[in-house]
Design a protein around this ligand. Sequence first.
Ligand SMILES: [Zn+2]
Length: 278
Amino acid sequence: MRSDGTHIAFFSSGYCTAKTSFVFPGSGAGRTAFHATWALIDHPALGNILFDTGYSRRFYRATRHFPNRIYRWVTPVYHKEEESCLGWLRKMNMAPEDITHVVVSHFHADHVGGLQDFPQAKIWCSRQSLEFSRSRSRHTAVFHGILPQLIPKDLEKRVYFPQDGLEKATMSGLTMWRWSDDVFFVDLPGHFAGQMGLYLTKTNLGPLLLCADAAWSAHAVRDKIYPSKMVSLISHHYKTLISTMNALHHFQQANPDVVLLTSHGLETLQMTHHDFRI
Ligand SMILES: [Zn+2]
């Protein structure tokens, strides 16, 4: 834990590829790589926080058989073990016990692949996202991008919901819950039931809004480039996704100094670390 304020670093745990036209309408043929990025936040009072956990080897085990194998066919995944969340932490001489909190933006497989590597951590997510994930059957979950095998069996024993007890606030149209003076959970539903982001008002990289998969890039939010309706196949609720993007657009206009970072955006990938130092 450091005393010189909140420090954040970004990493990638590999990527999947998907048809570019699904997410950027009118962009023509071809495929785009979607990196599974996650963040390590060193906060002076809260400790070490992970925002999502990327892919891990467990993805391959979880998708070995039908119907989960469909996931590999639709979005082939490229992941090396040393790129896993735990792999990166080990390179920095950190152990799983060094992580105090894991924030799960939502339960898509590219965000929770490493979750089982942190059995001591407190897990923060929205009640809706957990209930939605647990309510899918083993046979239908994959059609929502969920692999139940990746979700720790004991999660309910150490899960915390921001809606339960944290002070609620509205900032420029976004609903938030205050975790500390400079960290807020952000309600970003649509892409996934109860998707959650993090707003960090002071970091070594300035004020940041981590908005997970609420949009595919900060540019899409700025210019209101909505994803193709094909995305509605994997989105929880397309109309809500559009309202969330509009709210983010409004927030960005009202707070131009805040850097919006999506999980799969190029701007986030450019901030990820390619060496062992942070
Ligand atoms: Zn997602």
